[in-house]
Design a protein around this ligand. Structure first.
Ligand SMILES: Cc1cc2nc3c(=O)[nH]c(=O)nc-3n(C[C@H](O)[C@H](O)[C@H](O)COP(=O)(O)O)c2cc1C
Length: 213
């Protein structure tokens, strides 16, 4: 399928074909493609934990405020972000020299920008922005391979960290349920905002006198 068709036909799916395990090779296909997601400085600050065990999925369902599709899915992908975004800075900078022929002085400037001290909040934001792109790609590649998915934010983050025994620098970004698509039960696309509402050229003038908080 073309990426446009994949994007337009993808839905957040809650119904499923029960008791069908997804072969390891299919997960490998999905994540081998997801690796191509772009990231800041090519830092690739993502990690993925696939949970298939029935008892563990039940635990995850509790963590996700009892959303039933969590335990019903073939698997739950826990998408994680590394807030230590410059963990591999030296290796990455070497690759820039080798692959992009960057000059030494430029690399120095990049190193400074890359490894600059940042607040914890800023580091979390950076991880979330980068890893969210990978999340979207999981949905698209899974759809291309005829898997149904549901991205999920509604879960207790500290509980998921505890459950996965994550080190402090690795944070949960999203949970994604995945299973074989139930093609006979098509889910209608919810209405989308119009182009007029969301597309702006040169300036942004909406909501000027309104505050969200
Ligand atoms: C960031 C994000 C978080 C979401 N969290 C949940 C969730 O916790 N539970 C759930 O059932 N669906 C969740 N969804 C699915 C949305 O409800 C769904 O994508 C939206 O209603 C649009 O429907 P569509 O994906 O079929 O186009 C989430 C989607 C996104 C992008």
């Amino acid at each position: 399928m073309w990426v446009v068709d994949v994007l337009k036909s993808r839905r957040a799916i809650h119904n499923y074909i029960p008791n069908k395990k997804i072969p390891r090779e299919d997960f490998e296909k999905i994540f081998d493609t997801v690796r191509y997601t772009p990231s800041w400085y090519n830092a690739q600050p993502w990690e993925f934990v696939v949970i298939e065990d029935e008892e563990k999925k039940k635990e995850l369902q509790k963590i996700a405020f009892n959303q039933s599709h969590v335990s019903q899915a073939s698997a739950v992908i826990c998408v994680l972000g590394d807030v230590n975004i410059w963990r591999n800075a030296e290796k990455i900078l070497k690759e820039w020299v080798e692959y992009w022929y960057c000059k030494e002085e430029k690399v120095l400037a990049y190193r400074n920008a890359f490894t600059k001290k940042r607040s914890e909040q800023r580091l979390r934001e950076m991880a979330i922005r980068n890893v969210s792109l990978a999340c979207m790609n999981i949905l698209l590649v899974a759809k291309e391979l005829w898997f149904a998915t549901c991205p999920m934010l509604w879960f207790n983050q500290p509980s998921l960290s505890d459950f996965l025994e994550l080190p402090k620098e690795i944070i949960p970004i999203m949970m994604i349920t995945i299973w074989y698509e139930n093609t006979w039960k098509e889910r209608k696309k919810l209405p989308l905002k119009s182009l007029d509402e969301i597309l702006h050229f040169e300036k942004f003038e909406k909501y000027k006198n309104k505050t969200a908080f």
